[in-house]
Design a protein around this ligand. Structure first.
Ligand code: MN
Length: 242
């Protein structure tokens, strides 16, 4: 028995997600997010969809919220344009560097529905000024993610309807088969820059139809074969999200 580590300040928690049908939880390491990975969404953001290599931004693990059951999130601070992006989330269980496309799916633990919540006004201001997107993308509770469905139980998700409704009205409706860069290609590309590690997540990008939500709105995100997410927007928390 070794001595426990003593910390100078309280240690951050390990952020975890529910695994469908299992008691074990999935500990989240890093969250990589793919930008503009559906052609129609690239166009609505004012960009030409081409097949330039995929690009990534990141969220901290503390941005995730377990949405295996219905949850609410607070309207974030410093924005008046808080937007949803429904996405297929890929969870990595086996690390690797320079993973070939043909072997990439062997590194996938499972899949979930996630929301890449975005302070769009801050993101676009940063983008247009050539600055980092962090304040637009990487805030607390900006990644509600539903239960992970393991490959062992449900296989891979490569052609499934993806949809987001707000207060019952469909706002986003596409198919993950329309990803410009497939899950395997994203894994292979990302792993050339950074060795992937167990616990990493990849949010694979959102289809067209993104838009704003306000306090009181209820979002429902779904992908065929995966557990749906239900996320209600609360009033802005006093003192910001904790
Ligand atoms: Mn996104």
């Amino acid at each position: 028995m070794t001595n426990p580590i003593e910390f100078a300040v309280p240690a951050a928690p390990i952020y975890t997600l529910t695994v469908h049908g299992r008691s074990q939880r999935f500990p989240v390491n890093r969250v990589f997010c793919v930008g503009r990975n559906y052609a129609a969404h690239a166009r609505e953001m004012g960009k030409d969809p081409d097949r330039d290599p995929p690009f990534f931004f990141m969220k901290p693990a503390s941005a995730i919220v377990d949405a295996a059951a219905p949850i609410s999130v607070s309207y974030p601070s410093m924005t008046s344009n808080y937007q949803y992006e429904v996405e297929l989330v890929v969870a990595i269980d086996k690390g690797g560097f320079e993973i070939p496309v043909a072997q990439a799916l062997e590194h996938v633990f499972g899949y979930a529905v996630g929301l890449d919540m975005t302070r769009r006004d801050l993101q676009l201001a940063a983008r247009d000024a050539g600055r980092p997107w962090e304040f637009g993308k990487s805030f607390s509770d900006s990644a509600p993610i539903g239960a992970l469905h393991t490959v062992a139980d449900g296989g891979h998700v490569d052609a499934a309807a993806i949809e987001l409704t707000v207060n019952g009205t469909v706002q986003q409706s596409s198919n993950v088969a329309k990803l410009i860069w497939s899950t395997a290609e994203c894994i292979a590309h990302l792993s050339r820059y950074e060795a992937l590690r167990p616990g990493d997540l990849i949010m694979t990008g959102t289809p067209e139809g993104v838009g704003p939500v306000l306090a009181g709105d209820m979002m429902r995100g779904r992908i065929d074969g995966l557990t749906e997410v239900f996320v209600t927007v609360d009033q802005q928390a006093k003192g910001g999200a904790q």
